[in-house]
Design a protein around this ligand. Structure first.
Ligand code: AMP
Length: 470
């Protein structure tokens, strides 16, 4: 099957050809023909399957007829994160280069004014995160009664982020006669309920998860102590052990506070790292991402929310610093590597408390993940020996590390050396006479005098030094 079999317009087909795509992906082949006839579509697919184009291409074709009116967007695409929204905008720009469409992006972290101006001009395509969209609506800057096509993307992620009440509210503000294109990687009961409520006789198009069975990704579980410093140390040794095969990596944490701590620690250890989490402002997130994409940054520490659906074509490694608590997230995370048939590696640190999550991941992906160097049962014995070997000094260092004050182990002094140098310092002080303590004002005056050159300073001409006979 080729793109021209799908019923897309000439303008769209030519942009697709320019993008270099010759064959539609399964989700595109399944969804596009139905979307073009105006039917509701329920697409069960995750990012990496070409799902964005599966709604962008038919939308562009359908938008060729008609014009936008001020404050009344013609289509609305809801995305859970700002990055995903920005990525969809990029797709509209790429595939819509032969169209003259107004695209407005309503996302948090940027000023309302610019966004209002775009709405005022009339938007053919409005891409938004739910919160910011409702903010504009409540300010009276937006009418949703003109929306002909509604896209809800990454619905299960919206659920995780607590956006479902917002989605329900938005759906009720849009005419019932609209077309709805709905995408989700998984179908938990809450999402099924939502589709039953807001979709009309949808065509269901389901594509398999590519990441679960991908044989080009080497997956390994890595046993690890549960203390934060132990995990950081283990991660560093894992990164180092990968040598040149590690081109770039995403390191996933479960919480944004952990993202920040780990990022700081890696930088302190002189790793080329950046961070991506929900608390960063939009510009910082985009810059970080761009640097990572361009290869200016080797390691990106990220949370699921920030990294969901990011289209980074060539990531050699994924590290799960924290094991994901939802097995689905594991699939999404490791799907960041091994894209387009390339080789990839995914390592997950596992502590004793992680057993239950580990089991549910293996159940979901239907395979046992190999351990890198022995499973959890070998952890206890090694813990004991390590602790014994490391001794008191090591414990002190670990506390330092936990406080985020860690340094490279090779750079550390032993306690014996420390005591020696402290004693030497004390002795040197005793040998030297204590400087006269001057009142502060005096000290300042002396300092001023030392700083200013008086007369010739030290360069007094020799003839002036000849004693004068009186
Ligand atoms: P998505 O699932 O929308 O995030 O797309 C994943 C990647 O696949 C993006 O880099 C797209 O540019 C690319 N892509 C989309 N459609 C095709 C296609 N038909 N053939 C090859 N690559 C595609």
């Amino acid at each position: 099957m080729t793109f021209s079999d799908l019923g897309l317009s000439q303008k769209v087909l030519s942009a697709v050809a320019d993008a270099g795509y010759t064959q539609p992906t399964p989700i595109q082949a399944g969804a596009i023909p139905h979307a073009l006839t105006g039917k509701d579509v329920l697409g069960i697919a995750q990012t990496g399957t070409g799902k964005t184009a599966s709604f962008v291409l038919p939308m562009l074709t359908r938008l060729e007829r008609g014009r936008a009116r001020a404050r009344m967007p013609r289509t609305l695409i809801l995305e859970p994160t700002r990055e995903l929204a920005a990525q969809v905008e990029e797709n509209f720009v790429k595939y819509g280069k032969n169209h003259r469409l107004n695209i407005a992006l309503l996302i948090g972290g940027v000023s309302f004014d610019e966004q209002e101006k775009k709405l005022e001009r009339g938007a053919d395509v409005l891409i938004a995160t739910p919160g910011r969209l409702l903010d504009h609506f409540e300010r009276g800057k937006l009418l949703l009664t003109g929306v002909e096509i509604l896209v809800i993307d990454e619905a299960d992620r919206m659920l995780d982020m607590g956006f479902i009440p917002d989605i329900e509210r938005i759906c009720k503000l849009i005419p019932f006669t609209r077309q709805t294109l709905f995408f989700s990687a998984t179908m938990p009961p809450e999402i099924t309920k939502l589709t039953e409520q807001f979709l009309q006789a949808p065509v269901r198009v389901e594509v398999s998860r590519p990441a679960t069975t991908a044989t080009n990704i080497t997956q390994r579980f890595v046993k690890c102590g549960s203390k934060p410093w132990e995990k950081r140390e283990r991660l560093r040794s894992l990164i180092d052990s990968q040598g040149d095969t590690l081109k770039n990596a995403i390191i996933f944490c479960n919480r944004k506070s952990e993202v920040a701590t780990l990022f700081r620690s890696l930088v302190r250890h002189e790793y080329d790292a950046g961070a991506l989490h929900g608390d960063m402002d939009q510009r910082a997130r985009m810059t970080m991402l761009e640097n990572f994409r361009k290869g200016n940054l080797k390691l990106l520490v990220a949370s699921d929310v920030a990294a969901r659906g990011l289209d980074i074509p060539d990531v050699s490694h994924v590290f799960n610093f924290d094991i994901p608590t939802h097995a689905d997230d594991y699939v999404h995370r490791i799907g960041r590597t091994g894209r387009a048939g390339r080789k990839g590696a995914a390592f997950t640190l596992i502590t004793k408390a992680d057993r239950k999550y580990m089991d549910s991941i293996e159940k979901l992906i239907g395979q046992d993940v190999e351990w890198l160097d022995g499973d959890l049962s070998t952890l206890q014995a090694e813990d004991g020996t390590d602790e014994h070997k490391r001794g008191r000094g090591a414990k002190r260092d670990s506390k330092k590390d936990a406080a985020g004050d860690d340094k490279k182990p090779s750079g550390r002094k032993s306690r014996k050396d420390e005591i020696k140098s402290e004693n030497a310092e004390r002795k040197a002080k005793q040998d030297k006479p204590e400087p006269r303590s001057e009142p502060r004002k005096e000290q300042r005056r002396h300092q001023r005098e030392e700083d200013t050159t008086v007369g010739f300073g030290e360069d007094v001409p020799a003839f002036m030094k000849i004693p004068v006979r009186t």
